[in-house]
Ligand binder design. Structure first.
Ligand SMILES: CC(C)(COP(=O)(O)OP(=O)(O)OC[C@H]1O[C@@H](n2cnc3c(N)ncnc32)[C@H](O)[C@@H]1OP(=O)(O)O)[C@@H](O)C(=O)NCCC(=O)NCCS
Length: 195
């Protein structure tokens, strides 16, 4: 058996490059009513379109996509990404989706975000990571806050949904904030590893 690729590893999930087998998960997720609701996806997407999307992600330097995999089962459950990476301003927009609702509320979204934020600052040398999230998506807002993102402002009536216009938060975390926040954590982690 081939050992699974674990590009970035956490306690509950790991992140790896997109593989052919992930197509079905993305196809399922993006057409699933529960997931579509939270991502504001309005149109059906075909398997062929998913394939084209993935090819674009992989070939573009502006986007960096990972598949989120449950560690105990090696089952792919979602995607996380930096999109529209600006290498001059060292800024990226963050994306997160757990496509199978059976895997929601298990701490996976929070951990995937922590791993991406750490990777973004420690390895990619980003200075700012930002995202847009519907004000009503409280699970996501909570997960982002736990990882150090703050609400910078509200995009009023940014998108239309179910007969109303919905507000979105603009959230971000800066490099300086991340390192201030993590000094203690890192010291503890490194101490443990030395023993
Ligand atoms: C939003 C999403 C990423 C959150 O990830 P998740 O793994 O389900 O969430 P987590 O288990 O990490 O929980 C995050 C916080 O949400 C809250 N939460 C999660 N599930 C909850 C539930 N069933 N009831 C109440 N609160 C809940 C918790 O407060 C938790 O914080 P806590 O650990 O302090 O209790 C995930 O549900 C998802 O992918 N949804 C569909 C796509 C989406 O909305 N993407 C984000 C677009 S910006």
């Amino acid at each position: 058996m081939i050992t699974p690729v674990k590009f970035v590893e956490g306690e509950k999930v790991y992140l790896r490059p997109i593989e052919e087998q992930d197509l079905q998960l993305i196809y399922f997720g993006k057409n699933n009513p529960l997931v579509r609701e939270t991502l504001f996806l309005f149109y059906p997407i075909t398997l062929e379109q998913v394939k084209q999307e993935i090819t674009t992600y992989i070939t573009s330097k502006e986007n960096l996509y990972f598949t989120i995999v449950e560690k105990k089962t090696d089952i792919p459950i979602g995607q996380t990404a930096f999109v529209r990476i600006d290498y001059v301003s060292r800024m990226a927009t963050y994306f997160l989706a757990i496509y199978n609702p059976n895997y929601w509320s298990k701490g996976y979204g929070t951990e995937a975000t922590k791993l991406m934020v750490e990777y973004g600052f420690d390895i990619l040398n980003l200075n700012r990571i930002q995202l847009h999230v519907a004000v009503e998506n409280q699970f996501a807002v909570r997960a982002y806050k736990k990882c150090g993102f703050i609400i910078e402002g509200t995009l009023r009536e940014a998108m239309y949904h179910h007969n109303k216009y919905c507000d979105f938060y603009l959230m971000s975390i800066l490099r300086s904030e991340f390192y201030k926040m993590n000094v203690m954590d890192k010291k503890i982690k490194y101490k443990k590893e030395k023993k």
